[in-house]
Write a protein that binds this ligand. Structure first.
Ligand code: ZN
Ligand code: ZN
Length: 421
């Protein structure tokens, strides 16, 4: 990599600063829910079309799109940003807070907020694309700016793949993605190996026999059955998963009955599972099915339980060689702001995209919290209680230096993989 090319393109960041701020404010104020990001798609397409040399491949998986920037010979580098917001009412108190409302793909109306910071990802990727388009002498190759819908529901990446993504854009050599985190703004971190956990959501329906609340002996009470299942499931992580292996089993929803003197005839549990290996995942899922089925039998259920799987995310495993090369490039350009952080327990569907092409990838993180506020909370041991996480109605990345770092990280990766000859 030529240092001067890097210096020149980083210096050009300043020239797009006010456009970048406006862009961020626009996306922050106009979030849209998963699979219905139509206005977001159109705005991104407009911005990409205004950049010299960028060809826009629209409506890949309906609301996904890709900007293709060909700049001579060299590797093809793909960078992905997810674009969806969440059904959260923003409570940050920022003067640019979202007041948007939206209707989900299931028809439910709610407030909408970029509570996971995907507006940072969109703005960072558009900014890097513009700088690469305006500074063609700083790199050589092809850049793919991929904007993916519906990360939050876990179906967006697969939807793009199913819509012939691999045939509609050049085949990349390497793929990247990034996420803004509740760490100090401007810091960048990337870890080798499993970076994001697998996730599975399961809707379990169990069956009893309904009746009068005064005559429990004539019924099979699903309330007792569901309660017993919740308690018994706690034994999976503590007794069946090897100590040290990561696994989470959370019962996020229980629903039985609707009146005090009626025993219901069925019950529902919604269970969320996370793990960092496919073998642990299989072990936990089969334990859940075994325990639920056995508890139903123990209660004398008239028919077996049903299991519906939804919102499933694959394991995100960063390629060792790619990550090591990226870590060195980040350390050189970010200095002390390149740090090590523990991996998050969150989940991602990004890997469906590189996996569809059969290419290696790295998913890195960029901090977004006000540095002073973070440092102060850290000093008092109050980070967990005072710094709002992604998905919180109070999650409020500071615009700078978060956007600068999110843009710079992409430029560093592209110039590392596709330098001028
Ligand atoms: Zn999220
Ligand atoms: Zn997210």
């Amino acid at each position: 990599m030529s240092t001067s090319a890097m210096d020149r393109i980083l210096a050009a960041q300043e020239s797009i600063a006010s456009w970048q701020d406006d862009l961020y404010l626009h996306f922050h104020r106009n979030p849209e829910l998963s699979f219905v990001e139509h206005a977001t798609h159109d705005k991104i397409a407009d911005e990409l079309s205004s950049m010299a040399g960028v060809e826009v491949v629209r409506n890949v998986g309906e609301t996904g799109l890709v900007g293709v920037l060909r700049n001579g010979s060299g590797p093809t580098v793909l960078m992905r940003a997810d674009i969806d917001g969440l059904p959260v009412r923003e409570l940050t108190g920022l003067d640019y807070a979202s007041t948007a409302r939206g209707t989900s793909v299931d028809g439910e109306e709610s407030a909408v907020m970029h509570a996971c910071g995907h507006d940072v990802h969109i703005t960072g990727l558009l900014s890097a694309t513009r700088l690469l388009a305006e500074n063609p002498d700083c790199w050589s190759g092809t850049f793919l700016a991929l904007f993916q819908p519906a990360e939050e529901r876990g179906g967006g990446a697969q939807k793009m793949v199913n819509d012939n993504l691999t045939e509609r854009i050049p085949v990349p050599d390497v793929a990247f993605s990034q996420h803004v985190t509740p760490y100090p703004a401007g810091e960048v971190h990337a870890c080798s190996g499993p970076a994001y956990s697998t996730a599975d959501s399961i809707k379990v329906t169990v069956f009893g026999r309904g009746g009068h609340g005064s005559a429990p002996h004539t019924t099979i009470d699903p309330a007792l059955l569901v309660s017993s299942i919740v308690l018994r499931l706690q034994g999976i992580v503590s007794r069946e998963v090897r100590p040290g292996d990561f696994a989470v089993v959370t019962v996020g929803k229980i629903a039985v009955g609707n009146k005090v003197n009626i025993i219901s005839d069925s019950g529902e549990l919604q269970i969320n599972v996370r793990s960092y290996s496919d073998s642990t995942r299989q072990r936990v899922l089969s334990a859940i099915e075994r325990i639920v089925t056995a508890e139903c039998e123990a209660s004398g259920s008239p028919k077996p339980p049903t299991f519906e799987y939804f919102d499933q995310f694959p394991l995100t495993v960063n390629d060792g060689q790619v990550t090591e090369r990226l870590q060195q490039a980040f350390a050189a350009e970010f200095g002390d702001w390149y740090t090590e952080r523990p991996r998050s327990g969150g989940s991602e569907d990004f890997s469906h995209i590189p996996n569809a092409f059969g290419i290696p990838f790295c998913y890195w993180n960029v901090g977004g919290m006000d540095r002073e506020t973070y440092k102060d909370a850290e000093k008092r041991g109050a980070v967990m209680s005072e710094i709002p996480m992604n998905h919180s109605p109070f999650f409020a990345p500071v615009m700078h230096p978060t956007l600068d770092a999110a843009t710079k990280a992409i430029l560093v990766a592209v110039l590392e993989w596709a330098p001028t000859a």
